[in-house]
Design a protein around this ligand. Structure first.
Ligand code: GLY
Length: 391
């Protein structure tokens, strides 16, 4: 392994080490390259964790969860940035799978209808747009919807992207404009004995890599980095999810044009139609139990998806994937510079929102890399806010 970001190569921009090549690390690296920095991403298997499983819903409205309202300013701002960013990334005929199609939310029984109506009230209170529809209207727009639905709402502003295509585009650009090293980071390195000035990282093979700014963006693995500053514990926990990929035979295409989210007898499920004729069905959520694909999870997803679209039973089963989302005690990211530490930025703990939050996170982190002050608007996400607590 050749030493990278050496102290002799400071001609242009800052030397930036990004630990983790998931969608967040790649997005930060991509923007840092655009801003003229010398960037290296360290990841032995880029885009193979939560990014690989993610359905890619860009859904600040339909993913608004009770008690997570503090996230809304961040999710709405990030969704706003998506179209311009995708236009740049898709220049030259590349594709990220970004689609402006709407979302329809449906319920099965009366209790589901009430859950969706209550959620709509909460969404509208936050200034978000959710429209009533009859199930007849929903079926006129999406003829494959089943007869057993009792409620439908339109969420016109939520979008989708394909995280696998998007990460491929980002990886290509990071390789072209920076470096992507298939190495794990063992620990942080410091300029001083008090661990207040991070000077880079040490790789598992012992290589010391100097950097002006080090960004921790490796999700669930972030607390495993040795020699974190004493003021930083990074309390992330795994929240496992199963997600399915099904192929729609030609005679059933298009199965759906909108993303459809359901509350089916109290359980959540979503169907995300892709341009390539597949559909993503997700996702379970568990904090204990199996770390591999759960048979019960697959059963529930198929059963509930089939209630929404009976033709799901006729699709080809392509893939079942399980990955862990990095949850935090308040399910908001650990984002920004830990107080009292120079040369270090955290961007981890994105839970269900990593793909959606990539653009705004890339911007926040790069403003810090460029030497800007911490934006008070994002104080609620400071990475050391749980100091002294456990996940
Ligand atoms: N963002 C959707 C999920 O985590 O299932």
């Amino acid at each position: 392994m050749t030493p990278v970001l050496s102290s002799t190569s400071r001609a242009a921009g800052k030397r930036v080490a990004v630990v983790g090549g998931g969608i967040i690390g790649l997005g930060i690296a991509w923007e840092a390259i655009q801003r003229g920095h010398q960037v290296t991403v360290f990841d032995p298997a880029p885009a193979s964790g939560a990014t690989y499983a993610a359905a890619g819903m860009l859904a600040p409205v339909s993913e608004l969860h009770y008690q997570e309202e503090h996230l809304l300013a961040l999710t709405v701002e990030s969704a706003r940035r998506y179209p311009a960013l995708m236009s740049r990334l898709e220049a030259g005929g590349r594709t990220t799978g970004y689609q402006r199609t709407q979302t329809i939310a449906v319920g099965a029984d009366a209790a589901d209808r009430q859950v969706l109506a209550d959620l709509k009230q909460a969404q509208v209170r936050q200034g978000l747009t959710v429209e009533d529809m009859t199930t007849r209207q929903a079926r006129a727009e999406e003829p494959m919807l089943g007869p057993g639905l009792s409620a439908a709402f339109r969420i016109p502003g939520d979008r989708q992207v394909d995280p696998r295509l998007l990460s491929r585009v980002l990886i290509d650009d990071v390789r072209a404009g920076g470096m992507l090293e298939a190495q794990s980071v063992e620990s942080l390195a410091y300029d001083d004995g008090n661990r207040t000035r991070v000077a880079g990282v040490v790789l598992v093979d012992g290589t010391h890599v100097e950097a002006d700014e080090t960004v921790i963006a490796n999700g669930l693995q972030s607390p495993e980095i040795k020699d974190l500053p004493a003021t930083l514990s990074l309390p992330v926990r795994p929240v496992y999810g199963d997600v399915l990929r099904l192929r729609v035979p030609r005679h059933l295409q298009p199965l759906l044009t909108a993303t459809v989210r359901g509350v089916i007898r109290g359980r959540s499920v979503y169907l995300v139609p892709r341009q390539d004729g597949s559909v993503v069905v997700g996702a379970t959520q568990r904090e204990g139990g199996t770390t591999g694909v759960s048979a019960g999870g697959v059963y529930e997803l198929l059963r509930d998806a089939q209630t929404i679209v009976p033709a799901v039973a006729e699709l080809e089963f392509e893939e079942a994937t399980c990955r862990a989302r990095p949850g935090t005690p308040d399910n908001a990211p650990l984002l920004g510079r830990p107080r009292g530490v120079e040369g270090l930025i955290c961007a981890t703990g994105f839970f269900r929102h990593g793909v959606l939050l990539m653009p705004v996170t890339a911007s926040i982190c790069n403003d810090l890399i460029d030497g800007g002050p911490a934006d008070p608007a994002y104080r609620a996400f400071l990475p050391d806010r749980f100091q002294g607590e456990t996940a």
